[in-house]
Design a protein around this ligand. Structure first.
Ligand code: SAM
Length: 239
C-alpha cells in the first residue's frame, strides 16, 4: 500500500519509523511518504493560511497549495503524470465534522492501494479543496471522535496505525488480529501473563486449567459482561 501524508508539521510522523509500522516501511510492505504542504507554496513566507471570507475568528487554509499537492500526489501512480494508470487514490481529510472512524473503516481502507491524508490546521481547509479533490479520487472526511483537536496530525497517526496493522504481513501473527476489541462487535476479554500470583492477586483459575473449551466459554462470557458494563451501546439489544 502507498500512503501519502500532507501536513505543515511533517515531523509529527517521525513516530511511524518505529515498531511494527517502521518495520513494514523498511520491508517495503508499506510505502509511506510524508510531505510538507509548504513545499507547494510560492511566496517568500511559504503562506498556507488566510482570513476567512464572511469574517469570523481564526484562519483558513488556502486552496492553492492543497490543489498543487493533491494534483502531484494523486498522479503518483504507474504510468505518466498526464496519464496515470491503476486505481484512483482515496483522499482522506481528518475532520471533526466527518464520519466517525471505526474498526470497520480501518478494515475497509486497509484494502485500498493508495491513500492520501491531508491534515488540516487552523479553522480547517477551504471547502473548494474537497470538491477539487473529488476530481482526483474518492474523498472521505473522517473524524476520530466527537471532540476537536488542534490539527489533523494526531488523527491521521491514529488512522494509519489502525489501518497499517491490518495490512497482511505487518503484524507477525495474523491470528492476534482476530481476537481484538471491536473485531466481533464486543470488547476483548481480560488478559494475564506470568506469574500466576502477583501481589496476592491470582489469575482466574480457569485459565490454568488447560481446558480449552471452558477457557473459550469463560472468555466469551467476559467479553459480553465487559461490553455490557463499559460500552452497552455496542450491544444490539441495549444500544
Ligand atoms: N473549525 C473546525 C470545525 O469546527 O469543524 C475545526 C478545525 S480544527 C481546530 C483543525 C483541524 O484539526 C481540522 O481541520 C482537522 O484536520 C483536525 N481535527 C480536529 N478535530 C478532529 C477530529 N475529531 N477528528 C479528526 N480531525 C480533527
Amino acid at each position: 500500500m502507498r500512503i501519502d501524508v500532507v501536513s505543515i508539521f511533517p515531523s509529527y510522523f517521525d513516530g511511524l519509523t518505529l515498531s511494527l509500522l517502521g518495520r513494514a516501511r523498511d520491508s517495503g510492505i508499506l510505502d509511506l511518504n510524508v510531505h510538507d504542504l509548504r513545499d507547494w507554496t510560492s511566496d517568500r513566507h511559504r503562506t498556507v493560511d488566510d482570513t476567512p471570507y464572511g469574517g469570523g475568528a481564526g484562519m483558513v487554509m488556502k486552496p492553492e497549495p492543497w490543489g498543487l499537492a493533491l494534483d502531484q500526489l494523486a498522479s503518483a501512480r504507474a504510468g505518466s503524470v498526464a496519464e496515470p494508470v491503476g486505481p484512483r487514490p482515496t483522499i482522506i481529510f481528518p475532520s471533526p465534522a466527518g464520519e466517525v472512524f471505526h474498526q470497520s473503516t480501518a478494515r475497509e481502507l486497509a484494502d485500498h492501494e493508495h491513500l492520501i491524508f491531508g491534515c488540516g490546521r487552523y479553522e480547517g481547509i477551504d471547502e473548494r479543496v474537497f470538491e477539487e479533490a473529488a476530481e482526483l479520487g474518492e474523498v472521505r472526511l473522517i473524524s476520530l471522535g466527537d471532540y476537536v483537536l488542534n490539527g489533523g496530525e494526531v488523527a491521521v497517526m491514529a488512522m494509519i496505525e489502525a489501518i497499517g496493522r491490518l495490512i497482511p504481513g505487518v503484524v507477525g501473527n495474523p491470528e492476534s488480529l482476530v481476537e481484538e476489541s471491536h473485531e466481533d462487535g464486543l470488547l476483548e476479554y481480560p488478559s494475564y501473563t506470568k506469574p500466576s500470583v502477583w501481589r496476592d492477586r491470582e489469575v482466574p483459575p480457569i485459565l490454568l486449567s488447560g481446558n480449552h473449551g471452558a477457557i473459550a466459554a469463560w472468555r466469551r462470557e467476559q467479553q459480553i459482561e465487559r461490553t455490557r458494563r463499559r460500552r452497552p451501546d455496542l450491544l444490539p439489544d441495549e444500544g
